[in-house]
Design a protein around this ligand. Structure first.
Ligand code: GLU
Length: 266
């Protein structure tokens, strides 16, 4: 059994996934302060000799806000149109902040087809590895514009776990609006305890995530545990932590006991 420290200290290739709630204000507009701090911490990781990949959500949310629409788009074409608008805005702002820290970034948009089709899979893998070799931080999102139900990952938690497996990452950090995995719903139970280390994703651990769409699943704990299963099976340790802490990535890497770590299978 490894300690948290070993998993983190040995991590050379790190994938960080940020959710829309971390990147935007409640009205859907971009949270520049957060994005700046994210770019700064990831550039700093890169300067420490780590290989870094960012998986970002936010295209649909940002596109919807740009159009001035108050309700979430529901149909696939509406979401795709919003994503087409939002993805450009998102990349523009990442490019700007990363450039401030002297860091080159690249855009990678994937669908499930790119993982299941052998040729596309190896193309994606080769491109990602070449970018890392050249010292670039790839910024990945689902290609919402062309993805239909059949070829959709559906959520970026799953996408980030699969990207971690494609590049043989050591650590996946999932940032969202929750502190980690609790042994009961912290909103309903004041005594709920945060679980710091999960060595084995047992049925009991899975039950802490709740069912898809259940109250407990809000904030996406269900999809996060699903992602953790994919990650650990591929030898990637995964941490769930709160993206609203300004120094969250720095704190994780310097071994502060925050969030929940799922340890990789050997
Ligand atoms: N690809 C979606 C977007 O950029 C996000 C999916 C998710 O949040 O899991 O809006």
């Amino acid at each position: 059994m490894n300690t948290r420290k070993e998993h983190i200290d040995n991590a050379k290739k790190i994938v960080v996934k940020v959710g829309t709630s971390t990147l935007t204000h409640e009205n859907g507009l971009l949270n520049f302060d957060r994005i700046d701090k994210l770019a700064r911490q990831l550039s700093d990781l890169h300067n420490q000799g780590k290989e870094v990949i960012l998986v970002t959500s936010g295209a649909i949310g940002v596109g919807t806000a740009k159009l001035g629409i108050k309700t979430k788009p529901e149909t696939i074409p509406e979401k795709q149109a919003a994503a087409a608008i939002g993805q450009g805005i998102l990349l523009h702002i990442y490019e700007k902040f990363f450039a401030e820290y002297g860091q080159i970034v690249a855009q990678i948009l994937l669908t499930k087809d790119d993982i299941t089709n052998k040729t596309r899979y190896s193309n994606a893998k080769n491109t990602l590895n070449e970018l890392l070799k050249q010292g670039v931080i790839p910024i990945v999102n689902e290609n919402d514009v062309i993805a239909t139900h059949e070829i959709k990952f559906g959520d970026n938690d799953t996408l980030s776990a699969l990207v971690s497996s494609i590049v043989d990452a050591d650590l996946l950090i999932l940032l969202s609006d929750i502190n980690g995995l609790y042994d009961s719903d912290p909103r309903a139970n004041r005594d709920a305890k945060l679980i710091s280390l999960v060595d084995e994703i047992t049925k009991k651990i899975e039950s802490f995530g709740g069912a898809p769409g259940s109250k407990l699943g809000v904030g996406g704990m269900y999809t996060k545990i699903k992602a953790a299963k994919i990650a650990v099976e591929h030898g990637v340790s995964m941490i769930i932590a709160n993206g609203s802490d300004d120094d969250v990535i720095k704190n994780i890497i310097s071994n502060k006991e925050i969030g929940t770590l799922f340890s990789a299978h050997k």
